[in-house]
Design a binder for this molecule. Structure first.
Ligand code: NAP
Length: 245
């Protein structure tokens, strides 16, 4: 039986690496923002060219109604989503004094409330199946805080609180819930950091490089394995040693 995995933000930097790595062993559905339909279809066609059949599904993870609709479609098509990777996220950086309320809210909605909106309508099917894997993508900037990211650090810290609480609720049902906290990974999000600051960040990373998206995909693959059933409620840092706690 091939398990079905949903990756939110699945056509982005990390999401794409996760989706393509899992596609070897799972039936993968990559979620995308409804406004990005053309990009999502192009992305899907590019994957198909290299032999990867990946489904795509529209859904705005910051919007409860959109997630309900997405879940109804997915459950009707697949019966159950066995593996859920809550990966979609955004940044809207500014110091607290200058942060517009809309940027606070957008980051909380997309990075934190999304976990409720996406996971709640899918969890009952996992419980009925007696199997489930949920991996929530947080950030090193939740663990240590980051100048200019009160919104992002707060939302991502909330992600791991969600993980630990849900892990307890569903542990006896064959479902594990874990967090991965990436450090600086080479995606558009990190490419947006000014060159000088990026060089400075690299000198602070003990491994001596920024991470590759596949470094995160590898960690996801490990946590969702059928025999990873004793690992739950944990936070796995994948950060080249930049923060240890
Ligand atoms: N890259 C890093 O170094 C790093 C480090 C720590 C944590 N993370 C976390 O890792 C995750 C992936 O980041 P990334 O670097 O791959 O960023 P990315 O390249 O910007 O990808 C994020 C994806 O999520 C999508 N998305 C944004 N809002 C959405 C919404 N409301 N509904 C559905 N999809 C939405 C984005 O679409 P658009 O392109 O339209 O925005 C994009 O495809 C995020 O949660 C991020 O916070 C990244």
């Amino acid at each position: 039986m091939t398990r079905v995995a949903l990756v939110t933000g699945g056509i982005g930097g990390l999401g794409s690496a996760i989706a393509t790595r899992l596609a070897k062993d799972y039936r993968v559905v990559a979620n995308y923002l409804p406004s990005l339909e053309t990009e999502a279809k192009y992305w899907q066609a590019q994957q198909a060219k290299v032999g990867m059949q990946i489904d795509i599904v529209a859904g705005d993870v910051s919007d409860a109604a959109s997630c309900e609709q997405m879940a109804s479609h997915l459950l009707a098509t697949h019966g159950c989503i066995d593996v859920l990777i809550n990966n979609a996220g955004i940044t809207r950086d500014a110091t607290l004094r200058k942060m517009p309320a809309a940027d606070w809210q957008a980051v909380i909605d997309t990075n934190l409330s999304s976990l409720f909106y996406v996971t709640q309508p899918l969890i009952n099917a996992m419980i009925s199946a007696g199997f489930g894997r949920v991996v929530n993508i947080s950030s090193v900037n939740a663990q240590r805080g980051q100048f200019g990211q009160t919104n992002y650090s707060a939302a991502k810290a909330g992600v791991h609180g969600f993980t630990k609480a849900l892990a307890q609720e569903v542990a006896a049902k064959g479902i594990t819930v874990n967090t991965i906290s990436p450090g600086f990974i080479n995606t558009d999000m990190v490419a947006a950091i000014p060159d000088e600051l990026r060089e400075q960040i690299i000198t602070d990373i003990p491994v001596g490089r920024v991470g590759k998206p596949d470094d995160i995909a590898r960690a996801v693959e490990f946590l969702i394995a059928d025999d990873a059933d004793y690992i739950t409620g944990t936070e796995l840092s994948v950060n080249g040693g930049i923060f240890m706690h």
